[in-house]
Design a protein around this ligand. Structure first.
Ligand code: PBG
Length: 332
């Protein structure tokens, strides 16, 4: 890289007009980069506000289908479902997680019947079904790894059977990607993609999400024995390498904005399809500040999402997906 000395080089030349700025722009944010997370509830024709996520609602399956139709019309390639399960169905064994007729699986079937062209991603983790709010089975206060994997495999197969295109294991147990991949192959689900939450940190930015899925009350303790220490970067690379070697098709870094260095490192090292999750707390921060008039919602939405592209991400899970898709559609 060479740069002439001033005044031969003047960086402001390429910033002078919109045309020159567009011409020299290094990253681009497009509708193809978006995965829209949606919260599902039981019932008919109902939308519930989530106080800690202004502008995001929990939707009944009929409304989710309508949202999927809207997403498809806007060109959003994928949606991701998170069920808010009836507390009466939450147990220590989490059997509801692999019931073919649980809320998530019913929603997948309804969406694939009505909007087959949109990719449907599901969450593989036990927390929506667990009486204690953890992503894994708990015995004597310990989150069990290998027993949890057996449960996750059953859950993954039920989701694949329901028609999910992408499974998103968000549980952080060791060995789950390989176990799921082998089980999917054996069951004939050869084309179901695994988007591994490979580098998922034990983060305080998930707070509003736990409200949204109704897990905050149930959760005892924290998730630090399975989710990553926010201080670690080398470990993130080792986890991504491990998950790719076990058969993950795509990998994710989560949360997003505080972990952009990890996104860049992962993309540079492996060149695999790399995603980031702009999580509930990030959305809450930006929207709360915007509600106070302290930040401009649309500008920070676009700037924060562009940052993921600059950091090397191929796509972003974001609660802004619909809004940003609409905005991108009106540009030029
Ligand atoms: C749970 C799960 C979480 C999120 C996605 N899947 C929360 C957690 O790990 O406690 C967080 C998403 C968000 O904050 O937007 N398996």
């Amino acid at each position: 890289m060479t740069t002439a000395p001033y005044p031969l080089a003047r960086f402001r030349r390429t910033r002078r007009t919109d045309a020159l700025r567009r011409l020299t722009q290094e990253s681009a944010l497009g509708v193809d980069d978006l995965i829209w997370p949606l919260f599902v509830i039981d019932g008919d024709d109902e939308a519930q506000e989530i106080p800690s996520m202004p502008g995001v609602q929990r939707l009944t399956i009929d409304r989710i289908v309508a949202a999927a139709e809207e997403a498809a019309q806007l060109g959003i390639p994928a949606i991701c479902l998170f069920p808010n399960t009836d507390p009466a169905l939450k147990t220590e064994d989490c059997e509801e997680a692999w019931s073919p007729d649980n809320l998530s699986n019913r929603a997948v079937r309804a969406i694939k019947a009505a909007v087959p062209q949109i990719a449907v991603m599901t969450d593989v983790a036990l927390d929506p079904y667990n009486a204690n709010g953890h992503d894994g089975l708990v015995r004597d206060g310990v989150i069990l790894n290998d027993e949890t994997i057996e449960a996750l495999v059953k859950m993954a197969l039920a989701q694949a059977e329901a028609g999910a295109d992408i499974l998103g294991p968000s549980d952080m147990m060791d060995g789950r990607i390989g176990a799921m991949r082998r089980a999917l192959e054996a069951a004939g689900h050869r084309d179901v993609a695994l988007l591994s939450y490979a580098a998922k940190y034990a983060s305080a930015f998930y707070g509003p999400f736990r409200d949204a899925v109704g897990a905050s009350g149930a959760l005892k303790g924290d998730k630090k024995t399975y989710q990553m220490n926010p201080a670690n970067r080398d470990e993130a690379l080792r986890l991504v390498e491990r998950d790719l070697s076990e058969g993950a098709d795509m990998v994710m870094v989560k949360p997003g904005m505080p972990y952009l260095d990890i996104c860049r490192a992962v993309k540079d090292r492996f060149g695999a399809p790399t995603f980031a999750y702009q999580v509930s707390g990030e959305y809450a921060m930006l929207t709360a500040a915007a509600q106070h008039g302290w930040l401009d919602r649309e500008s920070v939405m676009l700037e924060s999402l562009m940052a993921f592209k600059r950091a090397g991400c191929d796509g972003i899970l974001t609660y802004f997906a619909r809004d940003v898709a609409k905005r991108l559609a009106t540009e030029r």
